[in-house]
Design a protein around this ligand. Structure first.
Ligand code: NAI
Length: 244
């Protein structure tokens, strides 16, 4: 589904991002840049995939992003797909949430998405085509106890995405921007949640269980591919029906 596509996936070392990288490679992408601060966790990519390149990149480092995007442009001449997947949590009830934890989550989950998209989108617009997929969350539409900072970022990326869907197509460019909003997915991010919380969330989910990274990767793959060529400005919930 991704033949000839040059793709960038942030947070590509583990969890959902890793699964997206592997899915894109299996779907025949010409090149997949797996970008993450944790370069050691991506050591296996080189041996397993000739089309995957691991890149040490912090989505908060604008100079590094600029240099990386210039390099991709010089080497590949285009960028077809950007997946803004890198994200962190620093949960806490509002009265106990430190300013540091607020700032950190905003920096990575919201400004990181702004940073990546600001450097990548001009190349897509110049080429007249592209697909940007940003990882939101059901928390971004419905909120969650203890996640003031995280929920703000996941709602923020939806508003950014809708703005980009309007902005990037102004000169007739087929540059699409969409979000995927996962429900509760088994990854290292959710590995430490108490059994009690997991059981409660599963009981609230019509399909009765947590999702797998693969479930999210398939939604992202669809939006990245030309099969979704008339879809822009949308939020695809992949949550087993948790939020209806
Ligand atoms: P994860 O914690 O397993 O993986 C996140 C990856 O992002 C890690 O490899 C980490 O090194 C990388 N990362 C963190 N900060 C970075 C930075 N500044 N620059 C570059 N890379 C950075 O998380 P998971 O579960 O795979 O989540 C992926 C995305 O999906 C996140 O945006 C998360 O908010 C979102 N999501 C996850 C849900 C879940 O249930 N796991 C539910 C809803 C949304």
């Amino acid at each position: 589904m991704l033949k000839e596509k040059v793709c960038i996936v942030t947070g590509g070392a583990q969890g959902i991002g890793r699964c997206i990288v592997e899915t894109f490679a299996a779907e025949g992408a010409k090149k997949v840049y797996a970008c993450d601060m944790n370069i050691d966790a991506m050591a296996d990519y080189k041996e397993r995939f000739s089309t995957v390149e691991a890149v040490s990149l912090n989505v908060c480092d604008r100079d590094a992003i600029s240099a990386f995007v210039e390099k991709v442009k010089a080497e590949d001449g285009k960028i077809d797909v950007l997946v803004n997947n890198a994200g962190i949590t620093r949960d806490g009830l509002l009265d106990r949430m430190s300013e540091k934890d607020w700032d950190m989550v905003i920096d990575v989950n919201l400004k990181g998405v702004f940073n990546m998209t600001q450097f990548v989108s001009p190349i897509m617009i110049e080429n007249g085509a592209g697909s940007i997929i940003t990882m939101s969350s059901v928390v971004g539409t419905d909120g969650n106890i203890g996640q003031t900072n995280y929920a703000a970022t996941k709602a923020g990326v939806i508003a950014m995405t809708k703005s980009w869907a309007k902005e990037f197509s102004r000169k007739g460019a087929q540059v699409r921007a969409n979000c995927v909003a996962p429900g509760f997915i088994k990854t290292p991010m959710t590995a430490d949640l108490p059994e009690k919380v997991i059981a409660y969330m599963e009981s609230k989910t019509p399909l009765g269980h947590m999702g797998e990274a693969e479930d999210i990767a398939q939604g992202v793959l669809f939006l990245a591919s030309d099969r979704a060529r008339f879809i822009t400005g949308q939020v695809l919930k992949v949550d087993g029906g948790l939020v209806i």
